[in-house]
Design a protein. Structure first.
Lengths: 441, 441
């Protein structure tokens, strides 16, 4: 494979090639830019992209002597447009912030830049990563009539479409796991607060998490390294054979469509066929409150965090977010505290339950990406884990009845992110090989 | 009083005068600028101040027709230099961010600007509002050989010295309540997360809170209005007579010096003399873990939030913050979760206890401001309330053995901020009249 096809590589493969002198950073990004040229007219993954600036970064990186190169030297990454970048505008898909350009790098961006990453551009997002309606300009690369999911729409689509090897997104409800599933890529929502959220505009302080998208777990690991993600102890995971998985269908299982039911059944069969135990585990009844509590936190924190926009330019804020500030749902501060305290009490309990298994297996989505571009899909299977602050990885490999990708989630206790990635890598090999969905370009 | 002495007014008094046509905004800030000219050479409260820009804002505000003026029209406010302002640099008292100028208004600043406030400048802070050593350039206005406290050093000193009527600070440990006490002013640390922290650089996500300084409770109320702070229910407080206070000396009481012991004893006497009940309440033993847990959260979150600076410019970071990232205290993520979950379980309990009283009375500081400028004083009496997320108001009125001001704290359940301010106003009248310390210019 020459540089022409370099867009097909994972970041880990590309970086190895650059390190070995087999490719320049410029050659690599020129391949990606050609892919973007050909494809993005149909996908629309970018809120901001400046090709000259990309090439300028690439040439500067190529001039850095080998001995001074960081671990991510030349890794192109796309950044969701709710995360501040000092060299690109950040508009949150809100007319209030159209062309806004704070000269500030988010903490995540500082870490990536310091490690040698190259910033491809800003990817489309639902308004403030909070609105249920997506950027209608972004289409699922596997079927342009379907949503790429949200709110990290552009990040999921760009990685799924080989326009970027890696992207940052965020998750408050299901905004990293859902587009991971819909676009057929790996995505991780790390433990809440394990990656600095500095410079990510707040939607809900207790829920927002920086997320990562890639087409392989090695690439998620690369970014996890740059973010300093580390577990207290090394993972004891040695392979699927003898591993123990808990299948948690959760209280929202009745919402699961055929695609997800099939994916979960296949996942269980594959794991068992390779020597793992899979035990169906019903979470205690007290966990059934989580979806409602998540919504209460989302809306009541939204009241606080969207108040400035509501005061200054209410008419430019979507009715959903205006409704948070206006307390349309009727939740007062007492309700907020009840939800916050209730969720907090469940966190050590889920750590304890999840800690008994190699990982929890649970749905990522209710089904394959739905038709249409406005509604980004249901986050029912994600919100409880978002509230619980556990790490979650979407693993692709399955498909729905129209052939669209479907992933399933693996979950571990808080701050067991690296263990979870190690498990996801082996699980992913099996699901991608035997799950039924094949990645195509 | 003409405009010449306008710097002596509280913001509420000044705004009433401006509304009545008795003073222009320009006249008001010229008075403050003269005060700053005369005094700041000794106090050093400002990290950034641009007199021409202040006058420019004032003249623009004076041109706004009466019918279009916001509720804070012409209110001069000082902003701690860890809070982003699009029209002034933000340097966090860190050489890493010297002259840094992100074009971004924090949410708190957006709300103030929209309401018509005028920004006097940025006030000095301990490094990232996190270091125990203060900006040695800032002196206590009541005695230049003593610290103004920290980390909101400049905000406390500027308000205590009549250089600004109102200031924003922050609190992670005791950074709003302690400088409130040391400088003889009112200060409120609202309920955590009740005011958007967007645009306040993170030191500890679970602890950082925007704080407000003023020389009267009416002024705290003005800013609380702009911030949209509201309780679920109106306060039932009708006056000191018949009110019930819980005196919580807390587990750190043995650290209290003579000044604080005297202040608390006087406070109790005054409240009882005016018809209030004061009952000494020992918090359950499980609350004794709070100071240690607070420190564990501070250090482990510091590891995450100072990682970017540690990676990029470790040599420019203070040893204390380097130590957080290097885990000098040896706290791992398990310790962090134990502390977080332990604190979370106590929050509904303190709400329940505090809810049985008009307010909790508790020390603000161990004693009057200590000598020297490097160490900003001990936050022992503040950290538990910071961890518990309750609102706290420092009420001045007492003095230490050298005549320096000492305040005491009032505490209420979470999201009872407006009730607490109502109580603090009446309590403050008594403490200021009978506590023994007299404000002088």
């Amino acid at each position: 494979m020459g540089s022409d096809d370099a867009y097909l590589l994972t970041a880990s493969e590309a970086l190895a090639k650059i390190r070995a002198g087999g490719m320049t950073v410029e050659g690599y990004v020129r391949s990606l830019l050609r892919r973007i040229d050909v494809r993005d007219v149909d996908v629309g993954a970018w809120a901001y992209i400046d090709k000259d600036y990309i090439l300028q970064q690439a040439r500067a990186l190529d001039k850095v002597p080998m001995s001074k190169r960081g671990p991510l030297h030349g890794m192109p990454i796309a950044i969701k447009d709710v995360i501040y970048t000092k060299d690109m505008p950040t508009a949150h898909n809100s007319p209030i912030y159209k062309d806004d350009f704070p000269k500030l790098d988010a903490a995540s961006v500082i870490l990536l830049r310091h490690a040698g990453a190259l910033f491809l551009g800003k990817t489309t997002t639902a308004e403030f990563a909070a609105s249920y309606t997506g950027p209608a300009s972004t289409r699922n690369p596997h079927n342009p009539a379907r949503t790429p999911g949200g709110s990290s729409s552009g990040s999921g689509a760009a990685v799924g479409d080989f326009q970027a090897p890696v992207a940052l997104g965020t998750q408050t409800g299901g905004s990293t796991i859902r587009p991971g599933s819909f676009n057929g890529v790996y995505s991780i929502k790390p433990t809440w607060n394990a990656v600095s959220r500095e410079g990510l505009k707040i939607s809900s302080l207790m829920l927002d998490t920086i997320g990562i998208f890639a087409r392989g777990v090695d690439d998620l690991d690369l970014v996890a390294d740059a973010f300093g993600l580390q577990d207290d102890e090394a993972s004891g995971f040695t392979g699927i054979k003898g591993a123990r998985f808990a299948l948690c269908k959760t209280v929202v299982w009745p919402m699961a469509g055929e695609g997800t039911r099939h994916a979960i059944a296949r996942a269980v069969d594959i794991l068992r066929a390779h020597g793992a135990e899979v035990e169906e585990v019903d979470l205690p009844r007290e966990f059934d409150d989580l979806p409602r509590w998540h919504n209460m936190v989302l809306q009541t924190e939204g009241e606080t965090f969207f108040l400035p926009e509501h005061r200054v330019a209410k008419e430019k804020l979507s009715p959903q977010l205006v409704g948070y500030v206006d307390r349309k749902a009727g939740y007062d501060r007492r309700a907020q505290l009840k939800a916050l305290d209730g969720i907090a009490a469940l966190r050590p309990k889920i750590d304890d339950i999840a800690g008994r298994y190699t990982a929890i297996l649970t749905p990522s989505v209710i089904d394959e990406a739905p038709e249409g571009l406005e509604f980004t899909g249901d986050s029912a299977f994600c919100v409880s884990w978002s509230a619980l602050h556990t790490p979650v990885v979407n693993v692709p490999g399955f498909q729905g009845h129209t052939g669209m990708p479907i992933g399933v989630s693996l979950v571990a206790p808080r701050y067991r992110d690296r263990h979870l990635l190690k498990v996801a890598k082996e699980v992913g090999k099996l699901f991608e090989a035997e799950g039924g969905w094949k990645r195509s370009v």
